[in-house]
Ligand binder design. Structure first.
Ligand code: SF4
Length: 310
């Protein structure tokens, strides 16, 4: 499958069937913490990067194949999904094909855009991010396309929230020495008070980030978070469970998963382990692919990850 992956375990969504209409890595942000690596197609132009008929065909196949074995259908992937112009058609098609809730994971930059607003309104859960409380830090962290302005984006969140009947959960990526001071967190809280999300999720960069100087905050930030936010969900823990693969082609399936994000070595072993394919076979295959310069090993936060060579 080219556009569909999973079901994969997701920290916030249980088992999620992923739909990825965006080619790697197409985005209107260049976040310092992005786990997909550098933005190679930096654009704010919405278009159909591939024919929607092809994506719909795969959606039909995989929804039939995985009937009821997932909790959400999630639009996410190798960049910013709202850049796909016919996203609304894909959402409506997914609703027609399955009764499972539809989720869109987005950086939120285009929620002010009338078309995007009208398209996402049909989904059940929208998960945007907000990592900064002012333009200066927004530019430092997310490095947005020059046509995206912070205050306009925030107004887009506020207006969308008023109209949207589904769940609106905002995620904050917390990074040491960047946005984890009380001063910066209070600025974010001020914006959240205007937006009124249903839930605030705090995340930390658990996978290797684009910029190597990005770090997980110290535990000393926890009382500050409690003080500023009161109620929030800390989602700083790895996903539990296996990822699903569609075939026995190790290289193809592994690359398909790594295209979405780097994976911990132990999670790769858990996903591909079988009676015939033991841990040592998996490690051997990983090392062969590394020697062919197709993937690479990264040590981050005292753990071994594998990612695609970019
Ligand atoms: S984290 Fe998301 S929004 Fe940021 S650069 Fe990566 S894909 Fe784009």
């Amino acid at each position: 499958m080219k556009y569909i992956y999973g079901p994969v375990p997701s920290r916030r969504l249980g088992n999620s069937l992923g739909i990825d209409p965006i080619p790697s890595k197409t985005c209107n942000y260049q976040c310092i913490y992005c786990q997909l690596g550098k933005t190679t197609n930096f654009t704010n132009e919405r278009k159909d990067f591939s024919p929607k008929e092809e994506i719909i065909k795969e959606m039909e196949e995989s929804i039939n194949l995985n009937k009821n074995e997932f909790d959400y259908i999630t639009f996410v992937g190798s960049g910013e999904p709202t850049l796909y112009k016919s996203l609304g058609d894909l959402i409506l098609k997914a609703k027609e094909l399955s009764e499972k809730p539809i989720c869109v994971i987005t950086n939120g930059s285009l929620l002010y855009h009338e078309d995007v607003k009208d398209e996402l309104i049909f989904s059940d859960v929208v998960l945007p991010t907000l990592d900064a409380g002012d333009e200066k830090l927004f530019i430092k962290i997310n490095r947005p396309h020059p046509s995206i302005k912070f205050e306009k984006m925030i107004q887009g969140y506020i207006d969308f929230r008023k109209e949207f009947k589904g769940k609106f959960w905002i995620e904050i990526m917390l990074m040491k020495g960047i946005n984890d001071s009380k001063e910066e967190l209070l600025k974010i809280k001020n914006k959240l008070d205007l937006i009124k999300p249903d839930r605030i999720d705090i995340n930390v960069p658990i996978r290797p980030p684009t910029e190597s100087w990005v770090q997980i905050p110290d535990k000393s930030v926890i009382p500050i978070l409690n003080d500023v936010f009161g109620e929030y969900n800390n989602i700083n823990f790895p996903e539990r469970g296996k990822f699903s693969v569609f075939s026995s082609n190790f290289e193809m399936e592994l690359k398909n998963l790594l295209e979405r994000h780097p994976m911990k070595q132990e999670q790769i072993i858990e996903t591909f382990y079988s009676k015939k394919f033991k841990e040592q076979d998996i490690l051997l295959q990983l090392n062969i692919l590394a020697s062919q310069n197709k993937i690479k090993k990264v040590n981050y936060n005292n753990q071994t990850f594998w990612k695609l060579t970019s």
